[in-house]
Write a protein that binds this ligand. Structure first.
Ligand code: ARG
Length: 492
């Protein structure tokens, strides 16, 4: 027992000692990139932009020829920058609070997300010159317009802000006794406001105005926050020290500013996209989004079930074996995986392992979910095998059956009946739990649901659609599994 525990601690220890090393090597990569950042992009021929398209008019999505595309002033600016650099633009979408991690781990080359170049962010990334000045507002329900007139009227109340944003910190600091609730997406914030979970939303002025314009039940309050100039500005973030890239981008920005393209062209285009988004907000109109989402959810689940099953079987036999090392490794693995949340594992594979090999989000998602599922499947299989009475092995062995023969002809056929229903349970929960991959930007059903919410400015309808789709899939699967379970009974 003691030994087992010791081995487990060793394994965990190993994992954590390896981590700083991998980070150190990434850090040296960064310093090496100091002067070559621009050359590197030009050599690659692509500029990878990280953004969080839930922030009209900065960045949001719209449907063009049945496909979702990223639009907004940040996207227009990024396109111009890529054109000036003579490279292609590739856009990677993720939650706002993952963006700077993605930048530091080299998943993206630059971040544009209506981001304020605050002093604390400046410590870890390099910013371009300011390209736009916004300001901060508070969005409220129109019916409350008499109650709330400035930031002072929110004292002792609850306000919402996007997680990881400067607005979140500002609300906490500048409104006395306020409770600040963080949400990942702009659409979630609006929904929370409309269902009275929060009394107001602290939001960048242009974005607040966009929501106000598209939703007659909302109105805006001037927060009168004390703001430094950085806190009203937006700038582009690069890896710390990527000065050559930042310099080239600043040249593009200067050109854009000289022609006043942001006000004259980009914001106008964004405005017309916002109008098209609200013309037809029926869920049927968005069926392609949901279809794509469910497709990815099924894809991730199918792969993860497959790999999880193989890994689980191996682990189960390792744990059942007499070999002490096999046993210890399998036990340590299972305990560690079961003892940490899937969400953290997904971030570890994507961002952590990503420091060493740059895996795409979908692959990372499949790997993390499979690794996770393997631990649970192992226990299901082990439990099933253990549930077959020891007497059976003894009888089979004394009749002269070999060890593997006993397992194959006597134990497994009986064990499978106990394993099957539990395995079915595991697969059904895997379909639902795989939804966490949306945090790294995999376009699964949950991710698409959020996009439809922010496109249509409708909160509840997309949730209902996603719920129904999940149910149809899991119910279908459970019927299928029950069918096979029934057949196994007849086979008896
Ligand atoms: N300006 C705020 C910040 O930098 C919020 C930006 C949120 N952007 C987004 N695309 N959701 O903290």
């Amino acid at each position: 027992m003691k030994k087992k525990f010791f081995e487990l601690i060793m394994l965990i220890g190993l994992l954590f000692t390896a981590l700083p090393f991998s980070q150190a090597s990434a850090a040296t990569n960064n310093t090496k990139a100091t002067d070559t950042s621009l050359a590197k992009i030009q050599k690659k021929g692509v500029l990878v932009l990280g953004t969080s398209p839930d922030y009209a008019p900065y960045e949001f999505q719209t449907t063009k020829n049945g496909k979702s595309v990223d639009v907004g002033m940040d996207i227009s600016i990024a396109k111009q920058i890529a054109k000036d650099l003579g490279v292609k633009l590739k856009i990677k979408n993720m939650d706002f609070d993952s963006l700077l991690v993605a930048l530091q781990t080299g998943k993206v080359d630059m971040v544009m997300a209506g981001m304020n170049p605050t002093p604390s962010r400046r410590k870890s990334v390099t910013f371009s010159n300011v390209y736009y000045k916004g300001g901060q507002d508070i969005v409220i329900n129109k019916k409350d317009a008499k109650l709330y007139t400035s930031k002072k009227s929110f004292e002792g109340k609850t306000v919402g802000a996007q997680t990881g944003t400067m607005q979140y910190n500002m609300a906490k600091k500048q409104i006395a006794n306020v409770t600040v609730k963080g949400f990942d997406k702009g659409a979630d914030l609006i929904l929370a406001l409309q269902t009275n979970k929060i009394d107001g939303i602290v939001m960048e002025k242009p974005s607040a105005e966009a929501y106000g314009k598209n939703n007659p039940q909302l109105s805006l309050v001037n927060g009168h926050f004390n703001l430094s100039s950085d806190e009203t500005s937006s700038a582009i973030a690069f890896q710390k020290g990527a000065t050559s890239l930042a310099g080239a981008v600043n040249k593009s920005l200067a050109k854009i500013q000289k022609k006043d393209l942001i006000n004259k062209v980009y914001l106008k285009e964004a405005g017309s996209h916002m109008e098209t988004n609200t013309v037809n907000t029926s869920m049927f109109h968005y069926w392609k989004y949901f279809a794509k989402g469910i497709g990815y959810t099924l894809l991730i689940s199918a792969f993860s079930v497959f790999f999880g099953f193989i890994l689980g079987t191996i682990l189960a036999f390792m744990r059942l074996s007499r070999n002490k090392i096999f046993k210890a490794v399998a036990t340590a693995y299972i305990e560690f995986v079961r003892g940490t949340p899937l969400m953290v594992q997904i971030m570890f594979v994507y961002f952590g392992i990503g420091l060493i090999i740059n895996l795409p989000a979908l692959t990372s998602g499949i790997i993390a979910v499979s690794l996770n599922s393997g631990a649970y499947v192992a226990e299901v299989i082990r439990g099933g095998i253990n549930s077959v009475d020891k007497g059976q092995t003894e009888a089979a062995r004394s009749l002269g059956l070999s060890k593997s023969g006993t397992m194959r002809y006597v134990i497994l056929p009986q064990a499978i009946k106990n394993i099957w229903p539990a395995l079915g349970n595991e697969f059904i929960s895997l379909i639902k739990e795989s939804s966490i991959v949306s945090i790294i930007g995999v376009t699964d059903l949950i991710y698409q649901l959020k996009i439809v919410q922010s496109d249509t400015y409708r909160g509840v309808a997309p949730i209902v659609v996603a719920m129904l789709l999940y149910f149809i899939v899991t119910f279908g699967l459970s019927k299928l599994l029950a069918y096979f379970e029934g057949r196994m009974k007849h086979a008896n």
